[in-house]
Design a protein around this ligand. Structure first.
Ligand code: C2E
Ligand code: CA
Ligand code: CA
Length: 853
C-alpha cells in the first residue's frame, strides 16, 4: 500500500515505476486469496490488494489499484499519516521489517484500526516495492484498550489505595504489596517492605499464632474474613490493623496465594478504648450523671443516679429533669442556672430534689452544655451529689466553731460575736450591760484528784445550772477551763447583776452528783458594767477578770464588782505573789499560836498555829491575804509543810520545857489535805520529834471536806488512824451534808467566827450556834467557838453547852514565847468555879497588836 511523499527524495530504495515484473507476478499469485494483503510499488501505487482489503476499506480493488485509484495515503487517517510514512520510509531505507498500527477511514467514513506488517522487497532491477499485510485490529484493539484501561485502573487502585493491599504466600512472604501497605508498616517502598519481611507472621504480628490461625480459617472457609490484630511497625511501635483477606485458588482448587487489604485502625481502637473508659467512668462514677437531649429530655442516666434518686432508668427516660425537683428551690436559682448556661455553657449550684421515696434532699449540681459544630445545643450533661450529709457536717462545724464542745455553751469566739451585738444594742438604747466572769473554786483540785472525767462532768452540770439561772436573752459562754461568762444586756442597775450573782452562787454551790459521788464547788464571780467600767469587749473582760480575782481573794464563793481600786489591788497581788515565792527561803514565815480555852476545866488545853508572813517592807501580812495566793500559785504545799514542821518543832520545844498538856491545832489547805503523802509526812514529823499523835489536831474547812466527801472520808480515816484528831473549821459557812458529817472521822466542829460575832444581836446566828452545838453533841463531837471577843458571847456559848472557845477574849494569836508565857500563867486546873479568867480581859497577857485579825 505504501507510498512516500512524492516530493521527498528516497535514498534506500529509489522510487521507480513498479512494473508487472516476474517477481511481482509470483508474489501476486502467492497473495491471491489472502485477506488484507496488498502490494504497492515504490511509487506507492497499489499493485495488488486482496479481497479482504476491500472488505477492510470499502473500496473495490479496482478503485484503489493503479495510478488512477484512490491512494492509500488518502485512506489513512490524517492524524496517523505522518507516523506511518516515517515508518515505511525507514523500512524502505533499511530493508527491515516493520509493523505499524494506524487508523484508516473507510469509504463509508468508518474509522478502523489496522496493523500493517511489511517488508521492502526488490525486483531484479533492484526496484523496491513493499509487501504489506494489513490486518483489521479494530475489534482486538478495543478489547485490548479495555483490558489496558482495566489493568490501569487496578494498578491505580493498587498504587494509590489508602488501604494496604497484599498477596502473600503460605510460607509468609509477600508476593505483592502496595505503597499504602509499606507506609502502614513504616517502610519507604513496597520493595523495602518485601525485602525486609521474609516471615510476615513472626516479624509483624504481636501474636503471630493468632494470624496463622486466621489464615488457616480463611483457607478452610474460602471466604473473605476479617481479623484485627496488633502489629509492629518498622520502628518498633505498635499499631492496630484490620485485615480482610481470602485465599486465592486455581481452577482446580489448588492454593495460589493469600490476598487481602489492611487498614490501620489504631485511632479507632484508641477511640474505642476511650469510649470504653468513658462508659466505665459513667457507670462507676459516684456522682449521679444525667444526660438530656436538646429538648432537655433525659436520654441517659448512670447507676449512681439510680442509687441517689431511687429511680430506675426506664422511669425517667424521655422525661424532663424537672420530675426530680422537690419544688422548694427558689425560682431565682433556676433563672440564674439558665442564664449561666446560656452565657458560659455551664452552671454549678445547690438544688433541692426529691427522691422517688419522697424524701427531699439538697444536691450539688454541675451542668454543662454540649453543642454541635453549628453551635446548636445537642445535650445537657448534669452530674450531681447528695450534699445532705455535707450540709449537716457544715452545720456541725459551724456549731463547733461557735460552741464549746464540752458544755455546748457559746465559746470564746461566739461570745465576742454575741457580746459585740449586745453592746451595740445597749449603746443604741442607752442601757447598761453587766458582764460576769465566773471561776469555779477548787476546780483544779477536783480535776486532779477525781480525774478529768469527773471534772468534765462537773463543768457540764455547772453549764446547765448557769443556763437555767439566766434569762433567754442573757449570754452564757465558757471561755475554757473552769471559766464561764454570763452577760446581762439591758440591766436597770448593777443591783440586778448582784441579784443574779447571788442566785448563781447559790445554784453553783449546791451539791453535784457525779459518778455516784457528791461533789461541791463554788463560784468566784467578777462583775463589771458597760459602759461605766469599759466600752470595749476586751476591757470589759479584763475588768471582770480583775473583779473575779478580787472575789477569789475575798475567800471565794462570792461576787465582786470591778472598781479602779481593784486594778491596784491586782497589781498588788502580783507583787505579793512574787515576794511570796522567796518567803520560805528567806525565812520570812513565823507561826503565832492562839490559845484555846476549855470551858469545862477553865484550862488552856491547846493552841492553834496561825502563820504570819514577816514581809520585809509590809510588816506582818495576814494569811487571809497570802494563803489564797499561795493556793492559786501552787506554793501552798511547801508553805503547809513548813507550818507542820515548825508547829511540831515548837510543840516539842514546849514539851522539853515541861508544857506537856498542850495540843497543837494546825490548819490544812485543800492541796495539802488531798496530798497522798501527807499521812506519811506527819508520821515522820511526829516520829522525828518524838511526839505523840494525840497531841495533834488538824483543821480542815467545811467546804474542803465537803467538796468531795467520799475522798475526804478516806483521807481522814487514814490520818485519824494514827491517833491525831480532826476538826471541821469554819463550820456553818459551807454546805455540810449531814449524812456525810456523820461518816467523817472527826473530833471537833469549829463554829465560824461570823456566827459568834453577832450572837447577841442576830437571833439567827444565835440559833445557828445553838443548833451546831446540839448537832455536834448528837454526833459525839466537841465544839470550839472561834472569834469570841466578848463576855456576852462567852456566856451565851456557855449556856448552849459549847466546850471550848478561842478568841481575843482569851488571847490574840501570840508569838511562841508569849504563847508559852500565857500557857504557864494559866496552868491546868480542875475546878472551873475558881477560874475567873475571862471576867476581865485586861488579865490577858499583852498581845501582838500588829497581828491582823
Ligand atoms: P482560821 O483558821 O479561821 O483562823 C482563825 C482566824 O481568826 C485567825 O486569823 C485569827 O487571828 C482570827 N481570830 C482569832 N480570834 C479572833 C477574834 O476574837 N476576833 C477576830 N476578829 N479574829 C479572831 P488569821 O490568823 O489571820 O488567819 C486567817 C486564816 O488564815 C485562818 O482562819 C486560816 O484559814 C488561814 N491560816 C492561818 N494560818 C494558816 C496555816 O498555817 N495554814 C493554812 N493552810 N491556813 C492558815
Ligand atoms: Ca483554823
Ligand atoms: Ca476558822
Amino acid at each position: 500500500m505504501h507510498f512516500r511523499p512524492k516530493r521527498q527524495n528516497h535514498s534506500g530504495v529509489p522510487p521507480s515505476r513498479l512494473n508487472h515484473s516476474r517477481v511481482l507476478d509470483t508474489l501476486v499469485k502467492n497473495l491471491e486469496g489472502m485477506a488484507y494483503r496488498c502490494l504497492h510499488d515504490a511509487g506507492w501505487t497499489m499493485v495488488f490488494v486482496s479481497d479482504g482489503c476491500h472488505e477492510l476499506c470499502g473500496y473495490a480493488s479496482s478503485e484503489i489499484l493503479g495510478k488512477t485509484g484512490v491512494s492509500w495515503e488518502e485512506i489513512t487517517h490524517p492524524e496517523d499519516r505522518r507516523r506511518v510514512r516515517d515508518c515505511i520510509e525507514d523500512a524502505m531505507r533499511s530493508g527491515r521489517r516493520f509493523a505499524v498500527q494506524y487508523r484508516i477511514v473507510s469509504k463509508s467514513g468508518q474509522i478502523k484500526w489496522v496493523v500493517e506488517r511489511g517488508v521492502a522487497i526488490r525486483d531484479e532491477q533492484g526496484e523496491a516495492a513493499l509487501e504489506g499485510f494489513i490486518e483489521d485490529i479494530t475489534a482486538r484493539r478495543a478489547t485490548l484498550e479495555a483490558l489496558e484501561a482495566a489493568e490501569l485502573r487496578y494498578r491505580n487502585i493498587f498504587e494509590h489505595a489508602s488501604e494496604g493491599i497484599f498477596q502473600s504466600t503460605r510460607d509468609g512472604r509477600y508476593l505483592a504489596a502496595n505503597p499504602a501497605l509499606a507506609r502502614l508498616y513504616g517502610y519507604d517502598s513496597p520493595q523495602a517492605l518485601m525485602a525486609d519481611l521474609a516471615d510476615i507472621e513472626r516479624l509483624l504480628y504481636v501474636l503471630p499464632d493468632r494470624r496463622v490461625d486466621f489464615l488457616t480459617l480463611i483457607e478452610r472457609d474460602g471466604e473473605v474474613l476479617n481479623f484485627e490484630s496488633e502489629v509492629y511497625r518498622r520502628d518498633g511501635s505498635r499499631i492496630w490493623i484490620s485485615e480482610n483477606a481470602h485465599a486465592v485458588l486455581g481452577t482446580k482448587g489448588e492454593f495460589i496465594c493469600y490476598e487481602g487489604t489492611v487498614q490501620d485502625i489504631s485511632e479507632r481502637k484508641r477511640t474505642e478504648a476511650h469510649l470504653q473508659l468513658m462508659a466505665m467512668v459513667f457507670s462507676n462514677s459516684n456522682e449521679a450523671i444525667m444526660v438530656t437531649d436538646a429538648g432537655n429530655r433525659i436520654i441517659a442516666v448512670n447507676p449512681a443516679f439510680r442509687r441517689l434518686t431511687g429511680y430506675l432508668p426506664d422511669e425517667v427516660m424521655g422525661k424532663d429533669p424537672r420530675i426530680l425537683s422537690a419544688g422548694i428551690t427558689s425560682p431565682e436559682v433556676f433563672s440564674d442556672m439558665w442564664a449561666s448556661l446560656d452565657r458560659h455553657g455551664s452552671w454549678q449550684g445547690e438544688l433541692w430534689d426529691r427522691r422517688k421515696s419522697g424524701e427531699a434532699y439538697p444536691k450539688w449540681l454541675s451542668i454543662s452544655l454540649v453543642r454541635d459544630a453549628d453551635g446548636q445545643i445537642r445535650n445537657h450533661i448534669g452530674s450531681f451529689i447528695d450534699i445532705s450529709e455535707l450540709k449537716a457536717t457544715q452545720e456541725r462545724i459551724r456549731h463547733l466553731a461557735h460552741h464549746d464542745t464540752l458544755t455546748n455553751l457559746a465559746n470564746r469566739f461566739s461570745l465576742h460575736e454575741k457580746l459585740g451585738q449586745a453592746i451595740a444594742f445597749c449603746k443604741r438604747n442607752h442601757m447598761q450591760l453587766a458582764l460576769m466572769l465566773i471561776d469555779l473554786d477548787r476546780f483544779k483540785t477536783i480535776n486532779d484528784t477525781l480525774g478529768h472525767q469527773a471534772g468534765d462532768e462537773l463543768l457540764i452540770q455547772v453549764a446547765q445550772r448557769l443556763s437555767a439561772a439566766v434569762r433567754e436573752s442573757d449570754i452564757v459562754a465558757r471561755l475554757g477551763g473552769d471559766e464561764f461568762v454570763v452577760a446581762l444586756p439591758g440591766i436597770g442597775s448593777p443591783a440586778d447583776a448582784a441579784h443574779l450573782a447571788d442566785k448563781i452562787t447559790r445554784e453553783i454551790s449546791a451539791p453535784y452528783l457525779i459518778n455516784g459521788q457528791e461533789l461541791r464547788t463554788s463560784p468566784s464571780i467578777g462583775i463589771c458594767v458597760y459602759p461605766g467600767d469599759g466600752t470595749e469587749i476586751g476591757d470589759l473582760l479584763k475588768n471582770a477578770d480583775v473583779a473575779m480575782y478580787h472575789a477569789k481573794a475575798k475567800g471565794r464563793g462570792n461576787y465582786q464588782f470591778f472598781t479602779e481600786e481593784m486594778n491596784i489591788a491586782t497589781t498588788e497581788r502580783m507583787n505579793l505573789e512574787s515576794d511570796l515565792r522567796l518567803a520560805i527561803a528567806r525565812g520570812e514565815f513565823l507561826l503565832y499560836y492562839q490559845p484555846q480555852l476549855d470551858l469545862r476545866s477553865g484550862t488552856i488545853v491547846g493552841v492553834e498555829a496561825l502563820i504570819r508572813w514577816q514581809h520585809p517592807t509590809r510588816g506582818l501580812v495576814s494569811p487571809a491575804d497570802f494563803i489564797p495566793i499561795a493556793e492559786d500559785s501552787g506554793m501552798i504545799s511547801a508553805i503547809g509543810d513548813w507550818v507542820l514542821e515548825e508547829a511540831c518543832r515548837q510543840l516539842k520545844a514546849w514539851q522539853t520545857r515541861g508544857i506537856t498538856h498542850i495540843r497543837m491545832s494546825i490548819n490544812l489547805s485543800t492541796g495539802q489535805f488531798l496530798d497522798k503523802t501527807l499521812p506519811a509526812r506527819i508520821h515522820e514529823l511526829l516520829a522525828s520529834n518524838g511526839l505523840s499523835a494525840s497531841l495533834l489536831d488538824l483543821e480542815v474547812t467545811e467546804s474542803m471536806s465537803m467538796a468531795s466527801p467520799d475522798e475526804s472520808i478516806s483521807v481522814m480515816k487514814t490520818l485519824s488512824s494514827s491517833g491525831l484528831t480532826l476538826s471541821i473549821d469554819d463550820f456553818g459557812t459551807g454546805y455540810s451534808s449531814l449524812a456525810y458529817l456523820k461518816l467523817l472521822p472527826i473530833h471537833t466542829l469549829k463554829i465560824d467566827r461570823s456566827f459568834v460575832k453577832d450572837i447577841e444581836s442576830d437571833p439567827n446566828d444565835a440559833d445557828i450556834c445553838d443548833v451546831t452545838v446540839l448537832l455536834a453533841h448528837k454526833l459525839g463531837l466537841e465544839v470550839v467557838a472561834e472569834g469570841v471577843e466578848t463576855e456576852a458571847q462567852l456566856k451565851f456559848l456557855l449556856s448552849i453547852g459549847c466546850e471550848k472557845i478561842q478568841g481575843y477574849l482569851i488571847s490574840k494569836p501570840l508569838p511562841a514565847d508569849q504563847a508559852e508565857r500565857f500557857i504557864r500563867n494559866n496552868p491546868p486546873m480542875n475546878d472551873l468555879g475558881t477560874i475567873d479568867l475571862w471576867s476581865s480581859p485586861e488579865q490577858s497577857p499583852s498581845i501582838e497588836e500588829n497581828c491582823p485579825a
